[in-house]
Design a protein around this ligand. Structure first.
Ligand code: BG6
Length: 529
């Protein structure tokens, strides 16, 4: 294997990094201070921001939760957790080392407020507390409220923020609210949630998060498309045969059986994460890179997707099997899962983006748990050459050209094309040209929430969902949710853990086009014929 980094950097030097500025003063209130999300993702991300000096100089963290605990206990439990992530690059919460200076900087002004989210008294107490924090730590009265709590409390908390005056902003101070996923569990509930929070907050104060947009490789799609003259001219129905988006996980539902039993793969992944990937690939070029232009272009795509019909979707549920050499149980045997559960852990779907650019190009999306390999990728298959002037090699024997945007793991972009195998006989073979992030950029500890939190503090909502976007994505999947409500699947479980999903998904992609097939998950980086 040649030293790719050396050969790459010999040709092009990567310019030095342009440094970001720390945000202005603010306090961050974390509702759900003792929860999993706070410990596993928010605090490690804040720590990484502190390490790179991207938290405000005047910063305070206020934890809110129901448990009685002192701020010292809270801080100690977070530090313990953080230390557990050190030196484990495989962990999503990986931090390089917990240097005391960064930790101290982050937690210098930390406090804890105990209370019940349903109790209006909590918000009055919090309001007084935040006034004191602003006085003591110079946070200017700016507050970022982070709702790291169960979705059933979202509207309640926002309404209480309104009632207590905490949501009120003016020219001197801002108030913003970050709302986690799931944002509704149907079109109706998403609309209802939007209506309730928009009674209290202005749309510009709401940051609906989708953590897939915190991934560098996802953010890069726009740069890749719109900063290069090379690809955009072929990025349309004239040259593209179809697009496959895969989000395959080897993990099962783990300790989240209760959540998953009322969610399933479709709700959990499709209208949010998978559709975000779809929007990045299909959106029109924005006029400029501001939040309105970009979000409007994405919203246009969601509006162009026709609501799904029964034939467009295949669902699956994992049985037992083997993953990475280990025996794993079926979904129905997972903790907190009903023995006869009909919840899907896999979904594949075919959809169309009905607009000028994409007319006639099918998009195939699939996501599942307990699959053979972890792989998130967007694979674009180009149309065949129109004519093959090679003896004995008809056009249909040529392997297709693929462009693969590899989101995770092995982040990068690759292009597959045919070349002539050296020798006297003309023989065509597929080869691949790879860009891998790790060859060009030193890896940095990143849990995926750093940019998102930083952007909230900066007031940049580009990577967050607007009300209309969320509703448009639910509108697409709602007919299927309705259908599944009344139609029980007959053959669950229908794929073995450690496999590539149910075989019935093959017919979905082959429909009227025998040359189409799902890319194999079993060959890393999707190399296949
Ligand atoms: C979450 C889903 O939103 O995203 C999980 O609830 C899923 O079920 C996870 O595993 C995937 O995110 P990532 O960043 O690990 O690919």
């Amino acid at each position: 294997m040649p030293d790719q980094q050396a050969s790459a950097t010999r040709v092009l030097a990567v310019p030095p990094r342009r440094e970001a500025h720390p945000p202005g003063p603010c306090a961050m209130v974390i509702f759900g201070a003792g929860g999993d999300l706070t410990k596993r993702l928010l605090v490690p991300a804040l720590f990484n921001l502190a390490r790179t000096r991207l938290i405000p100089d005047n910063f305070a963290i206020v934890g809110v939760d129901i448990a009685e605990r002192t701020v010292e206990d809270w801080r100690a439990s977070l530090l313990d957790m953080l230390k557990g992530f050190v030196g484990n690059p495989a962990s999503e919460s990986h931090v390089e080392q917990v240097d005391q200076a960064s930790w101290n900087r982050l937690t210098a002004h930390m406090s804890y407020v105990q209370g019940d989210l349903n109790d209006p008294g909590l918000y009055d107490k919090l309001s007084e507390h935040l006034d004191a924090v602003a006085g003591r730590h110079g946070t200017g009265g700016n507050v970022l409220f982070y709702l790291a709590i169960s979705d059933r409390f979202f509207a309640t908390v926002v309404e209480n923020l309104g009632r207590s005056g905490l949501a009120h902003q003016d020219g001197r101070r801002w108030r913003r609210v970050v709302i986690e996923k799931p944002f509704g569990h149907s079109l109706e509930s998403a609309k209802d949630l939007n209506a309730r929070i928009l009674k209290v907050l202005d749309e510009s104060q709401i940051y609906r998060i989708d953590h897939f947009l915190g991934k560098e490789t996802v953010q890069n799609i726009m740069a890749f498309r719109f900063a290069n003259g090379l690809f955009e001219p072929i990025w349309n129905r004239d040259r593209i045969d179809h697009v496959q988006i895969t989000v395959a996980e080897t993990v099962g539902v783990e300790h989240r059986g209760r959540f998953y039993e009322r969610t399933g793969a479709l709700r959990d992944m499709v209208p949010n994460h998978v559709f975000q990937l779809l929007a990045m690939v299909t959106m029109e070029p924005p006029v400029n890179f501001d939040q309105n232009s970009i979000r409007t272009k994405k919203a246009d795509v969601f509006a162009a997707i026709k609501p799904l019909e029964a034939d467009d979707v295949v669902r699956g549920q994992y049985g037992s099997g083997t993953i990475d050499g280990k025996h794993v149980v079926s979904y129905r045997e997972e903790p907190d899962v009903a023995a006869g559960s009909n919840i899907e852990t896999y979904v594949a779907l075919r959809l169309k983006v009905d607009n000028w650019r994409w007319a006639g190009v099918p998009f195939f999306l699939r996501t599942g748990k307990h699959m053979s390999r972890r792989d998130t990728e967007i694979a674009i298959r180009f149309k065949q050459a129109p004519y093959a002037p090679f003896e004995d090699t008809p056009v249909d024997a040529l392997r297709p050209n693929w462009m693969v945007l590899q989101i995770q793991p092995d982040e990068g972009i690759s292009l597959q094309f045919e070349v002539k195998r050296p020798g006297p006989v003309v023989q065509l073979v597929p080869v691949r040209m790879d860009f891998r992030y790790r060859d060009w950029f030193p890896p940095e500890p990143n849990v995926g929430y750093e940019t998102l939190i930083y952007d909230c503090m900066m007031g940049d909502a580009t990577l967050f969902q607007r009300a209309d976007m969320v509703e448009a994505t639910w509108r697409v999947v709602q007919p299927i949710l309705d259908l599944w409500e009344v139609n029980t699947p007959r053959h669950f479980p229908n794929y073995a853990s450690g496999s590539e999903g149910p075989t019935s998904a093959d017919a979905l992609i082959k429909h009227n086009a025998p040359h189409r097939a799902w890319r194999s998950l079993d060959t890393p980086n999707g190399h296949h014929s």
